[in-house]
Design a protein around this ligand. Sequence first.
Ligand code: HEM
Length: 205
Amino acid sequence: MALSGLFLIIFLVTHLVINLLTLFPSKDLFNDAAHFMATNPVIYAMQYVLALGFIIHIGMGIKLTIQNKMARSKNYAYNQMSKNTDISSRSMIISGGLVLVFLVLHLRDYFYQMKFVGLPEGTTDYDLVVNLFTNPYYTGVYVASFIVLGFHLNHGFKSAFQSVGANHKKYNPIIKAASVGYSITIALGFSTIAIFHFINQYNFS
Ligand code: HEM
């Protein structure tokens, strides 16, 4: 669970950096990066690893939740979940489920469109990304999903380090701070892209 989570944490940074290129006035910057990602054989192979990472992560998440529920039904006095876990920990399965709903929508919008349907004549990858955010509801759903993702990551980041044994009294505050920093960067970074393109369609200059 932790290793697949750490892998997804790294994927999100790469994905964010590439998508941030759409904020630059030149379309070529993003289109060239997207082309490189789509044609490089190593990156191509990584897509399968990524898919496997998601499947393992989701499967293990469901299994852990069921195991926790069964352990809780024994009702030990010293194992009151509401007292020894925080809200974000208990809501991991809910936030994870919402991120999964977003992911299905997102893969249909971009991955499926680019890989299986093909882009309309004269349209580039950049146009596909930007055009989706001309819809206010769509932009809203994406931004709401990024906020949920931020909460999911904040708890996930900390626990991933704990699970691989990298927790120590001395380093825990650093891991906690890095976790908050990482989650905010991801949620804010992706939201900036969506909101920027939504506002940019009105060409205020
Ligand atoms: C503003 C936000 C985002 C934009 C503009 C965006 C854009 C894209 C695009 C253009 C692709 C297709 C790439 C290709 O197949 O060549 C893609 C794929 C994908 N996105 Fe996103 N994305 C965003 C946020 C996210 C988030 C938050 C997640 C995860 C929770 C995510 C997960 C994925 C995955 C798993 C794929 C398929 C793998 C891949 O092709 O790299 N994306 N995204």
